[in-house]
Design a protein around this ligand. Structure first.
Ligand SMILES: Cc1cc2nc3c(=O)[nH]c(=O)nc-3n(C[C@H](O)[C@H](O)[C@H](O)COP(=O)(O)OP(=O)(O)OC[C@H]3O[C@@H](n4cnc5c(N)ncnc54)[C@H](O)[C@@H]3O)c2cc1C
Length: 478
């Protein structure tokens, strides 16, 4: 009797697709991918905009060497690059005044160096923000900065906090564990490779094909069943021959020998107590509770002309620094979600677009604000911080994100948290497969929040899918 090697993958994001690819390449044929949405890709979501595609989900390929996405794609595709390392943003105050850029750029650069050098090995159990401030204060005590205006320090620090939040999406930088810099890795090379006008969806093309040659298509899309919201996964560790049953909201159910679970950590936090029968327990449940989920928002605007460019200078973006009175005015006027803006950037390859970046709790308010008001409030923001742009024309088109309040994501991506430190749990606790009495992995876990090298990021999601598939493949090889 031949063994039943059937696999159900829950979720058609990068991790689900990567798992399917590795299984198909290893001779597995009975594979189903159940996807709750009416589209595939999950947090890869490239939408037609202007004369190309913009990304509502992942936008950059962070790193080149050691980044599976870059390595699989670069033989066939010439990436672009956003010049975060070479072009400085404009620092501007909310009353439209322009501070002396040099000192802001210099101190901001010192802060960034610290952000990348923070590690918890020498200072365990100190939150990211506190560690940062210890080191930042040490820099400020050096002769170079001893006469610096405290106002400059105050505003640069506020920008750095916003940027850390923008990177992690976290609501407070003291929720973040500094382990990110020594347990997780960073792929080498350019950290902001772009997909030019094509969008991150380009990568899914390469992930689902053996090569760019259409005859080598692995036909992974044919294995996806859309609009299948999984509501319960039933498994029995004590039944060696038993199958896992996956029940869906539409009343259908599916069975397979192995089930790979990929929904986001935000989704698992909200549903893990009822999604699994028996319920998940032990370090896996503690890790789901402990790891952080951040929030990011984006708002793309298309205009007829790039009125934000001054004297043909390269434009990276505007870091807006709130003066207290303006902050209070924004709150009193019902525009407080604008306080969640990290920066307003230009978009590489799209000279006609501006992109507003938001982080933290205000993302939820942004997502619940209607588009007309968002346009009006951003126009107010631009005219306040950058009066040289006045009058800001109405955008010809806009595109916006919804991740924090979306029922199948409930956040942008995971981040290392102080709660993980305190409870001594790791992404590997969520990743560990559940095996039955026969040592067979019956329930497997993939997704960015299960990767130990590059969690949070798209390439971590891909690696996690490969890892979960390999756990199944190796079981049959043993
Ligand atoms: C705004 C934003 C910006 C980002 N920027 C970057 C970036 O620039 N670079 C980078 O590397 N990464 C970035 N990321 C992170 C990156 O997008 C993710 O790490 C990666 O796409 C996650 O893939 P995944 O397979 O783990 O999860 P997902 O893509 O979330 O896939 C999980 C799938 O499961 C489905 N699902 C959920 N619940 C159910 C259910 N009950 N039943 C059936 N299906 C279900 C979901 O619909 C989804 O399709 C960003 C993410 C966001 C949101």
């Amino acid at each position: 009797q031949t063994e039943d090697k059937s696999v159900i993958i829950i979720g058609s994001g990068l991790s689900g697709y990567a798992a399917a690819r590795r299984l198909i390449e290893n001779g597995f044929t009975d594979i189903k991918i159940l996807e709750a949405l009416d589209r595939t890709g999950g947090r890869i979501y490239s939408v037609p905009f202007s004369d190309g595609f913009v990304d509502l989900g992942a936008q950059w390929c962070h790193g080149q060497t050691g980044n599976i996405i870059y390595e699989m794609t670069s033989p066939h595709f010439a990436f672009g690059s956003t010049p975060f390392e070479t072009v400085d943003p404009y620092f501007r105050f909310s009353d439209g005044s322009l501070p002396e850029q040099d000192i802001y750029v210099k101190l901001y650069g010192e802060g960034y160096k610290i952000i990348h050098s923070i590690d918890r090995v020498t200072t365990p159990n100190v939150p990211f923000g506190d560690l940062f401030m210890q080191k930042f204060n040490a820099v400020l005590a050096t002769t170079t900065y001893q006469n610096i205006n405290p106002e400059v320090v105050k505003y640069v620090k506020a920008e750095l906090v916003k940027n850390v939040m923008g990177f992690f999406g976290a609501n407070s930088w003291n929720d973040i564990s500094p382990k990110v810099n020594n347990e997780e890795e960073k792929a080498g090379g350019d950290q902001h490779c772009t997909w030019k006008k094509q969008g991150f969806q380009t990568f899914i093309n390469y992930l689902t094909k053996k090569s760019p040659n259409p005859s080598e298509n692995l036909n992974i899309d044919a294995k996806v069943i859309l609009n299948k919201k999984v509501t319960n996964i039933q498994y029995n560790k004590d039944d060696a021959a038993g199958q896992v049953t996956v029940n869906c909201a539409d009343g259908t159910s599916y069975t397979a020998t192995h089930v790979i679970v990929t929904p986001s950590l935000g989704y698992l936090k909200a549903h893990y107590k009822t999604l699994f029968t028996p319920a998940l327990s032990g370090p896996k449940a503690v890790e789901i509770e402990s790891r952080g989920v951040g929030n990011l928002g984006k708002f793309f605007m298309k205009f007829a002309t790039p009125f934000w460019v001054l004297d043909n200078e390269p434009f990276l973006g505007i870091e807006g620094m709130w003066l207290d009175a303006d902050k209070q005015a924004a709150i009193a006027d019902g525009r407080e979600w604008l306080l969640g803006i990290v920066a307003v950037y230009g978009v590489e390859s799209f000279p006609d677009l501006l992109e507003v970046f938001l982080a933290g709790d205000y993302v939820g308010t942004f997502e619940n604000t209607d588009t007309e008001k968002v346009i009006a409030d951003i126009t107010w923001w631009l005219e306040k911080f950058a009066p040289y742009m006045k009058p800001v024309p109405r955008p010809l088109a806009v595109a916006r994100t919804k991740w924090m309040t979306h029922e199948f994501f409930l956040g942008s991506y995971s981040y290392p948290s102080m709660a993980e430190e305190q409870n001594n749990v790791r992404t590997s606790d969520l990743a560990a497969p559940i095996i039955n009495i026969d040592e067979k992995p019956i329930l497997l876990f993939a997704g960015e929040a299960t990767d130990s090298k590059f969690p949070s990021m798209a390439h971590g999601a891909v690696n996690s899918g490969f890892r979960a598939a390999t756990e199944i493949i190796e079981y049959y090889q043993a």
